[in-house]
Design a binder for this molecule. Structure first.
Ligand SMILES: Cc1ncc(COP(=O)(O)O)c(C=O)c1O
Length: 362
């Protein structure tokens, strides 16, 4: 079987050029006579790989020397706990604010609740099943909070912030797992950015944490592996890092650079998302539940006006090489995840299938 168009929400499609390069370098990485997987993480060659990945990320995202860049394990889910554990300095009396725009945001708050004696909801759109993003005016922020937490893109519900909240002096902490590097952002607006790699950055197993230096080392009683300070001091090499995942991450970053950087990728993402939403909105057969100004460019959920046909849609699209389109169980229907690596041809193939399906069954 040839390659399919994979619309998975994550782990997700990787650029073919990256997979080909990894294949070519699999048995003998640049004259070392071994695979990156077999290499000591303390070797000169590997130090070159991890340092290159960090400097590529710094240059693509415009990360200044005021920030540490860490490569962590445990997924974005571990950051739900590491952020509060590292930022709290007084277990009594301190609290954090949460903007609840979906299931992942709620999970982040649930973990923080185990660390802080209280957490606050600064805004929530749960009352409309997370079909929209709150506006700046709706945010009820506590100026004394230790941080404000947001999820920039809601993978499950298919909504995305198209603005960066103004949180005043309170550090903004963002889970960017499902839209990091998909659009130009000003890193200086954030205290911490974290993202599991398996959507836009590479394979699962590595999580990128970008943290402003003044937020490092606030809690002196951290287990060493969970301590941003210790991790930063050892350049993410306190123990064996996920060496191969970081290598692939570096290759993905080179690919992003070759696409015109984040700005180039963003234009493509806008074009692809508009194409799909355009088809959905022009038809009476497909619907997207989300408010237009809150829609995600990365995860596009849609349902059928004849819900009984959902299984038929999924099985026929699968046969046509358009795979992993099933929506999350909490939303139903379909979800097309079109991360950075999705080529225009994949979106066009999905559009052609949708139009044909509507002609036959609509
Ligand atoms: C927005 C968001 N946050 C967190 C997670 C959890 O990530 P991980 O599996 O790396 O812990 C996901 C996974 O899909 C996600 O989409």
């Amino acid at each position: 079987m040839g390659r399919v168009y994979n619309f998975s929400a994550g782990p997700a499609a990787l650029p073919v050029a990256v997979l080909e390069r990894a294949r070519d370098e699999m048995l003998d990485y640049q004259g070392s006579g071994m695979s990156v997987m077999e290499m000591s993480h303390r070797s000169k060659k590997y130090l070159g790989i991890i340092q290159h990945a960090e400097s590529m990320l710094r240059s693509l995202m415009g990360i200044s020397a005021d920030y540490e860049v860490l490569f962590q394990q445990g997924g974005a889910s571990l950051q739900f706990a590491m952020v509060p554990m590292n930022l709290i300095s007084d277990p009594k009396g301190q609290t954090a604010d949460f903007i609840l725009t979906g299931s992942w945001a709620k999970k982040a708050m649930k973990e923080a609740k185990k660390v802080f004696s209280a957490t606050r909801v600064a805004a929530s759109t749960e009352d409309c099943n997370f079909t929209r993003i709150p506006t700046q005016d709706e945010l009820r922020l506590n100026p004394d909070a230790v941080y404000v937490h947001m999820t920039t893109n809601n993978t499950i519900f298919g909504t995305e912030f198209h603005y960066t909240p103004d949180t005043g002096k309170v550090p903004l902490v963002a889970d960017m797992s499902s839209n990091v590097l998909s659009r130009v952002i000003d890193v200086n607006r954030f205290g911490i950015i974290y993202a599991g790699a398996q959507k836009n950055l590479g394979p699962s197993g590595v999580t990128v944490v970008i943290i402003r230096k003044d937020l490092v080392g606030r809690n002196a009683n951290m287990p060493v592996m969970l301590d941003y300070k210790a991790q930063a001091e050892e350049q993410s090499m306190l123990n064996t890092p996920p060496t191969y995942a970081i290598y692939i991450l570096g290759l993905v970053l080179e690919w992003v650079r070759d696409q015109g950087g984040v700005a180039g990728i963003e234009q493509r993402n806008i074009r692809q998302a508009e194409r799909l939403y355009g088809v959905i909105d022009a038809s009476g057969f497909y619907q997207c539940p989300n408010q237009k100004d809150s829609r995600s460019r990365m995860n596009i959920p849609f349902t059928l006006s004849k819900p009984d046909l959902t299984e038929t849609f999924l099985s026929e699209s699968n046969k046509a090489g358009l795979v992993t389109l099933k929506g999350h169980r909490s939303v139903g229907g379909m979800r097309a995840s079109i991360y950075n690596a999705m080529p225009d041809e994949g979106v066009e193939a999905l559009v052609a299938f949708m139009l044909d399906f509507e002609r036959r069954y609509g």
